[in-house]
Ligand binder design. Sequence first.
Ligand SMILES: [Zn+2]
Length: 281
Amino acid sequence: MAVISMRALITFLLLTLGFASWGSELRVAVSIPPLLDFVRAVGGDRVEAELLVLPGEDPHTYEIRPAQMRFLAGARLLIAVGLGLEWWLEDVVSAVGNPDLEIVITSEGIETIGGDPHIWLDPLNAVLQVATIREALVRVDPAGRLTYEVNAARYIVELLRLHAEINERVSGWSHKEFVALHGAWAYFARRYGLEQMAVIVPSPGREPSPREVAKITSLVRKYGIEAIFVETQYLPEVAELIAAETGASLVFLDPLGGVPGREDYLGLMRYNMERMEEVLR
Ligand SMILES: [Zn+2]
């Protein structure tokens, strides 16, 4: 009788304390939604992933929350893009003071364009990032090697399929030039033969001068550029002005996703391709 009630008590405690703290999941923090998707694709049930820059937030102006600091205190990996996108990384890691926390920079080994951090917007860069994540997971959790390798292989097939699809669609477009409000699309452009003719807001938070706006406006006219890539996170007034003066169309893109309808990376990239296609086809 005493044995049974002790068992019942333990069961009760486990249920009320929650399985998460009892389970052996690996705690992994990621900076942006595409990395969350990659970690979930590779890690599956073995990983408890926490997103830092939430959907709709701008990584360039992100500030960490106390609950996220607590997660990092018990985390094994922090997976980032690097190239200055996580400008807060060093300060946060030293404030957390968790000696078991390993930082994984997924831009390592990727050929960058002038230090531009928006590497994930080229699906073939995403393949390399997924491989880096797979290696990190195997390193800290060797018992999960088979799971991580099979999952990564499966997901890379999806990424390659996405790449082939975008490549085929873009090759049929009659317009290749665009102007971007925020310079997120250089890697996508390089991969698929589009041409980013100018960036309206050269660095986050800096307004272009009237002279710069006039220069871009005349560039759009001169080359007959049809598309101005904008993002809902950034105020598009300047882009609206240029569009009104030149007849170019605003193309609303999303480099980060994580919002309904484009929670996952594959869906996000197809969404962006389709928005571009409406104007560049
Ligand atoms: Zn950006």
